[in-house]
Design a protein around this ligand. Structure first.
Ligand code: NDP
Length: 327
């Protein structure tokens, strides 16, 4: 397929300053692949780590970042069945979404309910699948349990509040401003607390009748990790999902014995190549989006060429919901 396209390319590890708007050849779909015209791409904290060379997979430069997007199918590679050009879909996994066109393997394509806007569709895959795998698959959450969600007004946080409420959990939402906490309450959080407040540990214990939380979604890491462990109830599970502070955390594993507690890692990427787990997640999530019971929170929107500004915006902790890049 001839022609060129605009893309955000990165030549070396760094911050927002290494994002360059470039002309690249428009890709064509190989066997088993789908070419999609990108309408909106979700900006994840992981993209920032990936560009910086600090992510869980090694970044190979030059690269076009972006791991989720929504757009219209333009062409199908050899052997692809069951999809039609002209249909809007979302796509999840890999890189290359911060561009006008992207090619993805057919298994990365998610058909979506037609009423979802492109921005909502782009905001959906990473956050909602992660929330599901964290709470259901890894933590084995049970109705009535307490879950504490850090960075609860962010992309993963807002998805997690909605998914937790659908699972019948009781939610404590933590965030850094009153405005963010108001959003968390609108989404159904039962208790909201500023993460900057003194005696946070005491506030969490008071909210849970002195017991602590059954599940804690840890996305900040660093110095606060030790306090997160203290917030766990008997048989509580601390989910290690992220480290937005980009600082090392310390723990003494022996401390887990007394309360029969667990620390559990959660990473979306390996689940993407597990068909049975993906099918279970799709069966749970799709009816909820189709019926409007859960709805992605779309935050600020930036043009593709404003990618650096969008990265700085997320790093400044100003975003609520998912920041969107639009070609
Ligand atoms: P968010 O939209 O949640 O943005 C990040 C938020 O983290 C900020 O708004 C801020 O919320 C909080 N934060 C705390 N400390 C810092 C810091 N030092 N610098 C910047 N932000 C900070 O991003 P995402 O939803 O994309 O990701 C949230 C977390 O979840 C990240 O750690 C990410 O890596 C992780 N994640 C992990 C996945 C997995 O598979 N394991 C998948 C998806 C996300 P506040 O100001 O309210 O504290």
């Amino acid at each position: 397929m001839l022609g060129s396209m605009k893309a955000i390319q990165v030549q070396r590890a760094g911050g927002p300053e290494v994002l360059e708007l470039t002309d690249l050849p428009k890709p064509s779909p190989g066997p088993g692949q789908v070419l999609i015209r990108v309408e909106a791409a979700g900006l994840n904290f992981a993209d920032i780590l990936y560009v910086a060379g600090e992510y869980l997979v090694r970044t190979r430069y030059p690269t076009v970042p972006g791991m989720e997007f929504a757009g219209v199918i333009e062409a199908l590679g050899e052997g692809v069945e069951g999809l039609q050009p002209g249909v809007r879909v979302a796509a999840l996994g890999g890189s290359g979404a911060f561009a006008e066109y992207a090619v993805v393997p057919v298994r990365s394509v998610l058909p979506l309910p037609p009423q979802m806007s492109a921005a909502e569709a782009a905001a959906f895959p990473v956050s909602y699948f992660t929330a599901y795998f964290a709470l259901r698959t890894q933590a084995r959450a049970q109705p009535g349990e307490w879950v504490l969600i850090q960075a609860a007004a962010g992309a993963l946080g807002t998805a997690s509040i909605q998914i937790a409420k659908q699972m019948g959990l009781r939610v404590i939402a933590l965030a850094s401003s009153e405005e963010k906490l108001a959003l968390c309450r609108r989404l159904g959080a039962d208790v909201t607390l500023l993460n900057t407040q003194d005696n946070l540990l005491e506030a969490v214990r008071n909210a849970t009748e002195g017991k602590g939380v059954d599940i804690l979604m840890e996305v900040v890491g660093g110095a606060g990790f030790a306090q997160s462990l203290k917030m766990l109830a008997y048989r509580g599970r601390l989910l290690v999902i992220g480290s937005a502070s980009r600082e090392m955390a310390q723990m003494h594993p022996v401390g887990l014995m007394k309360g029969n507690q667990s620390v559990i890692g959660v990473w979306l990427t390996p689940f993407l190549s597990d068909p049975a787990e993906m099918q279970a997640a799709v069966d749970f999530l799709m009816p909820l989006v189709a019926s409007g019971q859960v709805r992605p929170v779309v935050g600020e929107r930036f043009k593709l060429e404003e990618a650096a500004e969008a990265f700085r915006f997320v790093l400044s902790r100003k975003n609520t919901g998912k920041v969107i890049l639009q070609p």
